[in-house]
Design a protein around this ligand. Structure first.
Ligand SMILES: CC(C)(COP(=O)(O)OP(=O)(O)OC[C@H]1O[C@@H](n2cnc3c(N)ncnc32)[C@H](O)[C@@H]1OP(=O)(O)O)[C@@H](O)C(=O)NCCC(=O)NCCS
Length: 402
C-alpha cells in the first residue's frame, strides 16, 4: 500500500431529471414481459431528461451541490474537468459552460475528457495525480461526470437509457473517500462494442458483445490490481473490500461482473457475496438508469448513502469501464462521517418526488429532443440553469437565480 497522503473525494453532488419512466410500463408498451426488464436486466426506472435539460444543465446542478456540501464558493478550485460522451459542442467543452453558469474563477484549467463511460475516470485519475504531485498547490479539482444515455426508441438498448450527473470535488484533505495512490489495474483495447457516429444522437451498440468486452476488461483490470496489492489474510482476494462498486449500465451487468470477479477469486459460490458486497451500490442506479460516465460514481454514492456507518474506515473496490475500450480497477477507504454527509443530500427523497411519465409522454420528449440542438432560444427566458436554445449559433442557458 502506498504511503502518499490520502488524496481523494472531499465532496460530491448528484443531479438527475425530475421525470422518469417506469420500466414495467415500457415493457407493456413494447409487448415484452415486465420481468425481462425488471428482473432480466435489473432495471426498475429510468430518468428521462426534459426538453430544457442537457449534459451542461445536469453537470452544473451536480457541481453546485458538490461545492455546497463542501462549503466551497469555488475559489479553491484550480481544475474543472467534465467527463462526458454526450457533449453539446464539437469544440467548446461542457466544462466552460459550467464555469460560466457557476461563475467560477478564471485561474483554473477547464476541459472535457472522452472515452465512452470511462471518460470521467480518466479525468478523476489525472486530477488526483495533479493534486498528489504538488502541482495543485493546495487547490482542489472539480471532476464532473455528466451524460444522457440514449439508444433510440424500440431498440434493444431502449430499457437501458437514463440521464444524470455526478460531480466529485477532489482534495488533499478528503472527507468522503481517500483513493489509494498507484493502486490501479488497467485494461484497454481497440474494439467496437459501443459507439456513437458523428451523425447520430443515438448510440450504436453490439449489446451482447459489449457485455463480453466489459467482462474481459474487468478480468484484465482486476488481475492488474491484484498484481499491485499486498497480501492479506482473507481467503478470497476481494474479501479485503467491504463493498465493490461497478460500472452499472443496467443492474444485471453488476451481477454478471461480480459473478465473474468472484470466479476469478476461485469462489465456488460466486453469487453468495452479492448482497453483502454489491447490492447497496445499486439502489440509485435502479432508479435512474444508465448515466454512462457517472454510473460508477452514482453506484458509489448509493453505497455511501445506504451502506451504513459500518462502511467507514473500510476499503472499497471500484471498477470503471468505457466501451472502445478502457477499464480501471482501483480502490479507496471510506472516511469517518462520509455516510452521514452523503445522506444529507437526501437523494432518496428527491428521487421519490419525481414525476412519472406515461409511455406516450416519454416518446414525445425523446422525439422533440432530436431537434433541441438547433432550437431557437426564443425570448431568452427559462428556469434557472436550464437550456434555452440557440441564438446566433451560441448555445444559451438561463443563469442561476440571483
Ligand atoms: C443488455 C442488452 C444487450 C440486453 O439485450 P436483449 O437481447 O434485449 O436481452 P436478452 O435477451 O439478453 O435478455 C436480458 C436478460 O433478461 C433475461 N430475460 C429475458 N426474458 C425474461 C423474462 N421474461 N423474465 C426474466 N428474465 C428474462 C434473459 O435471460 C437475460 O438474462 P441473462 O443476461 O442473465 O442471461 C441490451 O439491453 C443492450 O444492448 N443494452 C445496451 C448495452 C449495454 O448496456 N452494454 C453493457 C456493457 S457496457
Amino acid at each position: 500500500m502506498s504511503m502518499s497522503p490520502p488524496v481523494g473525494i472531499d465532496s460530491l453532488g448528484v443531479a438527475f431529471p425530475s421525470q422518469y419512466l417506469e420500466l414495467a410500463d415500457l415493457a407493456d408498451a413494447r409487448g415484452v414481459a415486465p420481468s425481462k426488464f425488471v428482473d432480466g436486466l435489473g432495471t426498475r426506472r429510468m430518468a428521462v431528461p426534459g426538453e430544457d435539460e442537457d449534459t451542461v444543465t445536469l453537470a452544473a446542478r451536480a457541481a453546485r451541490e458538490a461545492l455546497a456540501l463542501a462549503g466551497s464558493n469555488g475559489e479553491d478550485v484550480g481544475l474543472l474537468a467534465v467527463g462526458t460522451e454526450t457533449a453539446v459542442d464539437h469544440s467548446k467543452p461542457v466544462a466552460s459552460f459550467v464555469q460560466g453558469l457557476l461563475q467560477l474563477p478564471r485561474a483554473m484549467r477547464v476541459f472535457e475528457t472522452k472515452h465512452a463511460c470511462y471518460g470521467g475516470t480518466a479525468a478523476l485519475q489525472l486530477a488526483l495525480d495533479w493534486i498528489r504531485s504538488g502541482s495543485a498547490r493546495g487547490k482542489k479539482a472539480l471532476v464532473i461526470c455528466s451524460d444522457i444515455a440514449r439508444y433510440g426508441l424500440r431498440t434493444a438498448g431502449e430499457p437501458t437509457q437514463g440521464a444524470g450527473a455526478v460531480a466529485l470535488l477532489l482534495s488533499e484533505a478528503p472527507r468522503l473517500v481517500a483513493l489509494d495512490a498507484g493502486m490501479s489495474g488497467i485494461f484497454s483495447q481497440d474494439v467496437n462494442d459501443f459507439w456513437r457516429p458523428l451523425y447520430s444522437k443515438d448510440a450504436q451498440v453490439d449489446g451482447h458483445f459489449s457485455v463480453k468486452c466489459y467482462l474481459e476488461a474487468l478480468e484484465g483490470a482486476y488481475r492488474g490490481y491484484q498484481g499491485l496489492a499486498a497480501p492479506t489474510a482473507h481467503a478470497r482476494f476481494s474479501d479485503r473490500f467491504a463493498a465493490i462498486a461497478y460500472h452499472v449500465p443496467y443492474g444485471k451487468m453488476a451481477v454478471k461482473a461480480h459473478r465473474h470477479l468472484r470466479t476469478l477469486d476461485w469462489d465456488p459460490a460466486p453469487d453468495a457475496s452479492f448482497e453483502r458486497l454489491v447490492a447497496p451500490s445499486l439502489h440509485f442506479p435502479a432508479e435512474i438508469g444508465n448515466v454512462y460516465t457517472g454510473s460508477l460514481y452514482l453506484a458509489l454514492t448509493s453505497l455511501l448513502a445506504s451502506g451504513g456507518e459500518g462502511l467507514e474506515g473500510q476499503q472499497v473496490g471500484l471498477f470503471s469501464y468505457g466501451s472502445g475500450s478502457c477499464a480501471e480497477f482501483f480502490s479507496g477507504t471510506v472516511l469517518g462521517g462520509a455516510t452521514a454527509r452523503v445522506r444529507s443530500l437526501r437523494i432518496p427523497e428527491r428521487l421519490a418526488a419525481r414525476r412519472r411519465l406515461t409511455v406516450p409522454e416519454y416518446e414525445a420528449v425523446m422525439v422533440s429532443r432530436e431537434e433541441m440542438d438547433a432550437r431557437p432560444a426564443g425570448d431568452g427566458k427559462g428556469a434557472p440553469f436550464h437550456y434555452l436554445g440557440v441564438a446566433a449559433h451560441r448555445r444559451t442557458y438561463a443563469p442561476a437565480e440571483s
